[in-house]
Design a protein around this ligand. Structure first.
Ligand code: KG4
Ligand code: ZN
Length: 334
């Protein structure tokens, strides 16, 4: 079975092709237009998707060595995300599926992240899933594929958002996660004691806005020269606080498991080395099974949409021609 996945929910135009569960192409075009604004501007994002989606499809099919005629279905991310951006991918996918007379599958963005999290791993449900990206910091229990029980989520900023806002406050470029990770190299993660919020037993909701405020207060109490000379320490300590907060929540979720600790962690923030290292340590210390996808499958990509699309295709879960994009769509309603 050959499936093409199209992802345009935010600032990546991406197309992946999956053949019987194997990724044979995954082209990601990350938009540059947002860098000067320090965050994603929705209108610029949708315009850029229009410019790049067809060349991205062309590159993916070339790399896979196939033609559109070989495809069994088209999977498209239908939400949640930026409405204008989602519509570009959805209309493109719909047009190809209609023209080729093959089924269209509407994929939930987070279900895509989850399926990407299982590449190269043999973990099967039940497991706990941490999804941490620019818009989500959620922990789900996954009793079986396609069923998602929400255990906890952020009450304010997402972990990726905390990286992005923190970077902006320190004058580092967008996206903030990679900037902070780069700048933190050689810094002391214990130089500044930033807060780890909501650490009461059994509490699985999270909060990152206090951490951001604490960083702002710390920066305001320093001179620009001090900030510059201590940037590596600031970044290392801030990154450490986010990673600690996430891992504490994962540990708390896994404690409640009746299946002995099985963890899948996905989303852009999981490409962070400190986050990966801490999750790995937590799981290995406790003898838990875990899966961390390769970095190319952490941030948004088309292959994850094709992988989840294949699962939905096999269930016969096809979209109607009047499917539309949705900006808000809780995973637990699937
Ligand atoms: O999953 P993703 O590509 O898109 C969303 O669905 O939001 O995640 C993007 C988020 C951004 O907030 C970005 O700063 C963060 O993931 N991110 C990172 C790293 N790479 C991307 N955060 C920390 N360290 C990284 N290396
Ligand atoms: Zn994402």
């Amino acid at each position: 079975m050959l499936i093409m996945g199209i992802e345009t929910s935010c600032d990546d135009s991406s197309v992946g092709i999956v053949s019987d569960g194997d990724v044979i192409a995954n082209i990601v075009f990350t938009q540059k237009v947002h860098a000067e604004w320090g965050g994603v501007i929705p209108e610029l994002a949708s315009r850029d998707h229009i410019r790049t989606i067809i060349p991205t499809i062309d590159q993916a099919i070339k790399l896979a060595g196939i033609t559109l005629k070989d495809l069994d279905s088209i999977a498209v991310c239908a939400g949640p995300g930026l409405l204008g951006s989602l519509l570009v991918g959805l209309c493109t996918g719909k047009a190809i599926a209609r023209a080729r007379n093959i089924p269209l599958v509407g994929v939930h963005h987070l279900e895509g992240h989850l399926f990407a999290g299982l590449t190269g791993s043999n973990i099967a449900p039940p497991f706990d899933a941490l999804i941490v990206s620019g818009g989500h910091s959620h922990i789900y229990r996954v009793p079986e594929f396609g069923k998602y029980e929400l255990l906890g989520k952020t009450r304010d900023d997402a972990a990726g958002e905390a990286f992005d806002k923190g970077a902006k406050a320190m004058g580092l470029p967008y996206p903030g996660g990679p900037s902070i990770e780069r700048t933190a190299k050689g810094g002391n993660p214990r130089a500044f004691n930033f807060p780890r919020a909501m650490q009461t037993a059994g509490e699985l909701d999270m909060s990152f806005s206090g951490l951001k405020t604490s960083l702002l207060n710390t920066l305001n109490a320093m001179t620009p020269a001090e900030v510059e000379s201590r940037l590596a320490d600031l970044c290392a300590s801030y990154q450490e606080a986010i990673a600690d907060a996430l891992v504490w929540k994962l540990a708390e979720a896994a404690k409640r498991d009746d299946f002995g600790g099985k963890i899948v962690a996905v989303g852009g923030v999981v490409s962070n080395s400190t986050v990966r290292e801490k999750i790995k340590n937590l799981c290995e210390t406790n003898g838990w099974q875990y899966s961390l996808p390769g970095r190319e499958y952490c941030t948004d990509n088309g292959a994850m949409i094709a992988l989840a699309g294949e699962f939905r295709h096999k269930k016969g879960d096809f979209a109607s021609w009047n499917i539309t994009a949705v900006s808000r769509w809780p995973l637990e309603t699937l």
